[in-house]
Design a protein. Structure first.
Ligand SMILES: C[S@@+](CC[C@H](N)C(=O)[O-])C[C@H]1O[C@@H](n2cnc3c(N)ncnc32)[C@H](O)[C@@H]1O
Length: 196
């Protein structure tokens, strides 16, 4: 089936297992990266575009039973792979067609968007939805591919979104202090806070 105009950039679920590779773990060190942002025990985190759980399972370990992880994706195949990894009961999987999440206003302490911001149309609506589901003072972190990456891995360059554009969209949606850091030659991280 030919993908519709809003699905053209979407990651192919047939390649879902690649998202759980050991190489990827070694490259991103998910537990360390997430903790370094300030995600901690008891937090409520929305893992938006969670895929097969590469980040959702570390997030659940970090927040523990006093926290909550809402793992959202459109793809049942991703949830199948996630379920095989025995997620704890404080991780909920939620089928959602982004940019809508269906989460209540102010639900999250953190919204984590890894390699998904560039796939969702329109990204401005995703930025607004992210603001809506965060509590005042809550934070968003966007990890994504640099359009000017050195390496050949990742989505086609014309599908990518520049970190400055993510920061601009977050600021336009109402976020304060968007901060851009180039993590390595291929990826960037943008963080911002919902005003308290
Ligand atoms: C490249 S994968 C990244 C998955 C995960 N965040 C990771 O880093 O391992 C992007 C994910 O976003 C999901 N996605 C993309 N567009 C979406 C949309 N409009 N609604 C729901 N999920 C979407 C895809 O199904 C896919 O699982």
């Amino acid at each position: 089936m030919h993908p519709g105009p809003t699905q053209e950039k979407r990651f192919d679920p047939a390649n879902a297992e690649r998202l759980l590779s050991l190489e990827r773990h070694a490259r991103y060190l998910p537990d360390e990266l997430l903790r370094s942002l300030g995600i901690a025990e008891g937090h409520r985190v929305a893992d938006v575009g969670c895929g097969p759980g590469f980040w959702a399972l570390p997030l659940a370990r970090i927040v523990g039973p006093s926290g909550r992880v809402a793992a959202l994706d459109a793809s049942p195949r991703m949830f199948e792979l996630l379920a095989r990894q025995n997620p704890p009961p404080w991780l909920d999987t939620i089928e959602a067609e982004l940019p809508e999440t269906g989460l209540p206003d102010g639900w999250a302490d953190w919204v984590w968007l890894a390699f998904v911001f560039h796939e969702v149309e329109p990204p401005s609506a995703l930025a607004r939805e992210t603001l809506r589901i965060l509590r005042p003072g809550g934070r968003v972190a966007v990890l994504d591919w640099r359009p000017d990456a050195a390496g050949e891995s990742g989505p086609p360059r014309h599908h990518r979104i520049a970190p400055q554009e993510v920061a601009r969209l977050l600021a336009e949606a109402g976020f304060a202090h968007p901060d851009v850091s180039l993590r390595d030659a291929d990826t960037y991280l943008v963080t911002a806070a919902k005003p308290a």
